[in-house]
Design a protein around this ligand. Structure first.
Ligand SMILES: O=P(O)(O)OC[C@H]1O[C@](O)(CO)[C@@H](O)[C@@H]1O
Length: 528
């Protein structure tokens, strides 16, 4: 690099790196392509976002479709002083100390979180980040009586079977998390688990607790069956922004994660991201970078690359937070806009041997966000002058320089370590940046109508299956292609869907089989 260019780069780094000195959290925007004039042009959007963030925090309705307030920013400040917080701590302590046990009196050793989307991703991220991937009796948390954490976050019999193999029902607590209390995947796992307990002649309610909205189907079910505990979830906190609420708290308290410290981190970031000057406000700047890079239309993908194995789940977490919030068909004025921002990622170092080839040489359709964790867990010498950590740092800086050399765009976040505080800061930063960006592009970040339509479509498929199966049972034995069977079942226009359900049935139901006909390139099904 020529000296004058180098000077520009250094100056740009100084000007566009924001630092919170006390926590040592920094975010560097110098590697993004933007000019002061482009930031100036965003002034009206900054003003609108600041005004609307004020309205959110003042408790006004900010989710117009669902007519709901949006309280995750404001609630977490007062949550530690609430009765709910105290009751979670008391419950977790009784479980940890063995005062609350399972039906047979044995101490709980594990907890299964059964939830999906926002009711699982935050607890998963937090567990992996703080307690790490390997739980055994030698870890501090285990020695102190905290519980090992498992997840059920789909409706996949393989996931359930894998868990059943390692789980001891007598010493396992089941925490069913569902804000709406009616999400089918979660309900399916709950029903399957209730069956498993009944088959072992154990009481499921004596091993179960729930987090849900008051009056939901799950709330009624759990209270009606006398579960160990039911914790209320606020209507005004959306699933994807619920990690700083009861949803994050209960799993954390049961597994020895310092949730109070996590909230401190989130509140610290909330303070910082209320800074009036947008150029000094990390969330305003982050949203501005996304906006300028993607021309306000999400034309660049957000690639999240933490250089830390403990943060491997961050990109999955961000995927829901960003894409479920910003991926919208209509704007607030009802215009079709098809907005969104793609998020993908994994972990740095390892990624160099996966998608970095394309980022370096291929399509220039992204901006990378690197997250460096400065403190090494251990000093592991490799040569006289290097160790494991210096290599990871070298790979990050090397990749950064290579990408910059190709004109690719980069944001770099640096944190001293991964503890509860930094995790709280990271999550709160992205939550606010998402809410601000939504104001920039005039959309509602707090609803998810697209997910509803997929759920309805799935219900339609299940209804079709019932109809076809009932008809086939009535016909009492039939052989034919999907087209022929759909015809006989009275739904000729649904032959593709009928074929798909017969494929599934042929592998799972003894009464259905199939043979492939090379000549017609179709399966021929026999239903007994
Ligand atoms: O907590 P619930 O109501 O079970 O919902 C789970 C997830 O499903 C969604 O509603 C749709 O994906 C998410 O917003 C939410 O986090």
């Amino acid at each position: 690099m020529r000296p004058e260019k180098m000077n520009n780069w250094i100056e740009r780094n100084i000007e566009y790196t924001l630092v919170d000195a006390e926590s040592q959290f920094s975010i560097d925007f110098a590697g993004m392509k933007f000019s002061p004039a482009e930031l100036d042009a965003l002034q009206p959007k900054f003003e609108r976002a600041a005004r609307e963030m004020g309205r959110i925090e003042a408790g006004e309705i900010k989710n117009p479709d669902e007519k709901r307030k949006v309280t995750h920013f404001s609630d977490r400040k007062v949550y530690p002083q609430s009765e709910l917080f105290a009751s979670v701590e008391a419950f977790a302590e009784q479980v940890r100390s063995g005062k609350i046990t399972g039906e047979t009196g044995r101490k709980f050793e594990a907890v299964v979180v059964n939830g999906i989307g926002g009711s699982a991703l935050g607890p998963q991220l937090m567990q992996f980040a703080i307690n790490g991937p390997y739980w055994n009796e030698k870890t501090d948390a285990a020695r102190n009586g905290y519980l090992k954490l498992y997840f059920l976050d789909n409706t996949d019999s393989a996931e359930f079977a894998d868990l059943s193999e390692v789980m001891d029902p007598e010493t396992t607590l089941h925490l069913v998390i569902s804000k709406s209390g009616g999400t089918q995947e979660t309900k399916n796992n709950m029903i399957a688990m209730e069956e498993l307990y009944a088959a072992r002649k154990l009481s499921f309610p004596k091993h179960a607790a729930a987090i849900t909205m008051k009056g939901s189907e799950l709330d009624r079910h759990a209270r009606g069956s006398n579960w160990l505990a039911v914790f209320e979830m606020a209507e005004s906190i959306g699933g994807r922004t619920s990690e700083t609420s009861i949803v994050g708290h209960v799993p954390a308290a049961l597994t020895g994660v310092k949730f109070g410290r996590f909230l401190e981190g989130a509140c610290r970031m909330d303070e910082w991201t209320r800074t009036a000057d947008p150029r000094k406000n990390p969330a305003m700047m982050l949203a501005a970078m996304w906006y300028i890079a993607g021309e306000g239309k999400g034309n660049r993908n957000m690639v999240i690359v933490p250089y830390s194995d403990r943060l491997i789940l961050l990109s999955r977490y961000m995927q829901q937070l960003v894409m479920e919030s910003l991926g919208k068909e209509l704007d607030l004025d009802g215009r079709v806009v098809h907005q969104g921002l793609n998020v993908f990622g994994n972990k740095g170092g390892t990624d160099a041997h996966a998608f970095i080839q394309q980022l370096n040489d291929g399509r220039d359709d992204f901006f990378a966000t690197f997250i460096e964790v400065l403190k090494d867990a251990e000093k592991l010498p490799i040569t006289d002058s290097t160790d494991m950590g210096t290599y990871l740092h070298g790979f990050l800086e090397g990749l950064s320089a290579a990408l910059r050399g190709k004109g690719r765009q980069i944001i770099t976040i640096r944190v001293p370590q991964v503890s509860e505080l930094e995790l709280g800061m990271l999550i709160a930063l992205y939550e606010r940046a998402v809410a601000i960006y939504a104001e920039f592009i005039n959309i509602n970040a707090f609803h998810q109508p697209g997910v509803q339509s997929y759920k309805l479509a799935a219900k339609g498929v299940l209804a079709l299956r019932e109809k076809v199966m009932a008809k086939l049972a009535e016909l009492g034995g039939i052989t034919g292609t999907a087209i022929e069977i759909a015809e006989k079942a009275g739904c000729p226009d649904d032959a593709v869907e009928v074929g798909a359900l017969l494929d599934k049935a042929a592998v799972n139901c003894p009464a259905v089989s199939r043979k492939f006909c090379e000549k017609s390139n179709q399966w021929v099904y026999t239903v007994k």
